[in-house]
Design a protein around this ligand. Structure first.
Ligand code: GTP
Ligand code: ZN
Length: 205
């Protein structure tokens, strides 16, 4: 997937001053971002996260999901470590886009779960692919990750493209009464690992 690097700048945040790297996915026009901290090209496994865009959770404080809290926990964990990468991937709504996600939420308000809602709209449960990550990680010189995720599909996607996942770091945060069913459905239908693992460093954020 042709992804070109466009520019990099400083990004001061409450957690650390990251470097922000901007990339363009030429075929789709999607604009992806990586926040990096420290020397991530020295060959040692890098604490990292592939974060799928969730406008409602990341920017609008939605409690329907755990995205905003995971984003914050991941950035805090990277800041604590002084080294890491967060790939902010523009694949909103597990790849169906913002307006279709709102359609899916409407169906969920009527009783469907997150997977059934996607399927009723004619989409697969999860339409994401992670091919754009390889050129972005190559650009940064990252060969091996300690990946903050509960999603085994992300581990497999990276491994299949030749990136070593040296460790999976669980990221359990942001649970509330509004996303209880959503998180349970992710575990039962989307293979997410939602508990009983050792507490990861990102969970402590
Ligand atoms: N279609 C759809 N997308 C959703 C819904 N809730 C959250 N999302 C999207 O799901 C993506 C986040 O995926 P999650 O399944 O929460 O987590 P993950 O990224 O697969 O796994 P983790 O690395 O463990 O966080 C974001 O793109 C959200 O916009 C929903 O009900 N329907
Ligand atoms: Zn979300």
């Amino acid at each position: 997937m042709p992804v070109v690097f466009v520019a990099a700048s400083k990004l001061p945040t409450p957690f650390a001053q990251f470097t922000m790297h901007g990339f363009l996915e030429e075929a789709t026009g999607r604009e992806h971002v990586v926040l990096s901290l420290g020397d991530v090209a020295d060959g040692a496994p890098v604490l990292g996260r592939l974060h799928s865009e969730c406008l409602t959770g990341d920017a609008l404080f939605s409690q329907r999901c755990d995205c905003g809290s995971q984003l914050e926990a991941a950035l805090q964990a990277i800041a604590r470590e002084g080294r890491g990468v967060l790939l902010y991937l523009r694949q909103e709504g597990r790849g169906i886009g913002l307006l279709n996600k709102i359609r899916a939420y409407e169906l969920q308000d009527g009783g469907a779960d997150t997977v059934e809602a996607n399927e009723r709209l004619g989409f697969a449960a999860d339409q994401r692919d992670y091919a754009m990550c390889l050129p972005m990680l190559e650009h940064l010189g990252v060969q091996s990750l300690r990946l903050m995720t509960n999603n085994p599909r992300k581990v497999k996607a990276l491994t299949d493209m030749g990136i070593t996942v040296a460790e999976r770091v669980p990221l359990h945060t942001g649970h509330n009464p509004h996303n209880k069913l959503y998180l349970a459905t992710k575990a039962s239908k989307l293979d997410h690992m939602m508990g009983n693992e050792h507490q990861g460093e990102a969970d402590r954020a």
